[in-house]
Design a binder for this molecule. Structure first.
Ligand code: HBI
Ligand code: FE
Length: 290
């Protein structure tokens, strides 16, 4: 029996997944035939609502990825079917896990081009908001971008970076990069700012807020700035970082030696999410940017 992972420090409640049957790498069978009709129904509800919003707010690469996956909106996807498509497109696969897994294992999966997807789905009483990742967040939010070759290469590089960050006592800095890109990233497109982050695109409220609200700051992506910036996990973001392109993200992650940045900043207090610096390039209105 596996011990469930230590919940991240900002988590107070117990993790909900069932870790009792997990293998050493925390994978479990998806056990698709055990989803109830009600769970398929919840999937359909979430999927239809979020796909509609994504057509307005998501970057075209996300929509293209969703199309390539060829999903039925009617039922929870079978991971084996998805994997046939992913393998052909980018060499990735998804693996089923009970929920959050320890970060060492999470990094190892990504480094092997495996994305861990939680098997449990939220209940009807929490359609709007969850702190822990469930099937809908992991699948709808993350899997479409894994069809994009450049983004997929970044994800693998991120996994590879994990042990190095750990050795230098800087996993908290590396996790900020994931948070502000993979989870809550925005990107400039010829149609204005769009979302690609899974935390945004799996949340109806934050999808609209991230682009349309005048409350959060949106600043140009800068690797060092991201690695230094703290984040909150239990509310809409006060700050988003905006990419010019996925190549920019890949080069930041792959071509940069993070070690000097870790050495310089790992012991320092982070920058608060609401704090702007003089050198930040802010996008004042997401819809009037270009
Ligand atoms: N486990 N299933 C799952 N999903 C995540 O996104 C995840 C995780 N474990 C650790 C983790 N994320 C973060 O600590 C990493 O970004 C560092
Ligand atoms: Fe996520």
């Amino acid at each position: 029996m596996m011990r469930p992972p230590q919940a991240p420090s900002q988590h107070q409640q117990q993790l909900r997944g069932n870790y009792a049957q997990a293998a050493d790498d925390y994978t479990v069978p998806q056990d698709w035939q055990h989803y109830s009709a009600d769970e398929h129904d919840i999937w359909r509800l979430l999927f239809e609502r979020q796909l509609q919003l994504a057509h307005t707010y998501a970057t075209p690469e996300f929509i293209a990825g969703m199309d390539k996956l060829g999903l039925s909106t009617q039922q929870i996807p079978k991971f084996d079917d998805t994997n046939k498509i992913l393998r052909r497109l980018t060499g990735w696969k998804i693996v089923a896990v009970p929920g959050l897994i320890p970060e060492d294992h999470f990094f190892a999966h990504l480094a092997q081009r495996q994305f861990p997807v939680s098997v449990w789905i939220r209940g009807r009483n929490e359609l709007e908001y969850l702190v822990e990742p469930d099937l809908f967040h992991d699948f709808f939010g993350h899997v479409p971008m894994l069809t994009h070759p450049v983004f997929a290469r970044f994800m693998q590089a991120y996994g590879t970076a994990g042990p190095k960050a750990k050795a230098l006592g800087a996993v908290h800095m590396l996790a900020r990069l994931y948070w502000y890109t993979v989870e809550f990233g925005l990107i400039r497109t010829s149609h204005g700012l769009k979302a690609y982050g899974a935390g945004i695109l799996s949340s109806p409220g934050e999808t609209v807020y991230s682009i349309d609200s005048l409350l959060p700051h949106r600043i140009a992506f800068d690797l060092t700035r991201v690695l230094r910036t703290e984040y909150l996990i239990d509310d809409y973001q006060q700050l988003y970082f905006v990419l010019d392109s996925f190549e920019q993200l890949f080069h930041a992650g792959y071509d940069t030696d993070f070690a000097p940045l870790y050495q310089q900043y790992a012991q320092s207090p982070g920058i608060a999410p609401h704090q702007l610096l003089p050198e930040d390039h802010e996008f004042v209105d997401a819809r009037l940017t270009l």
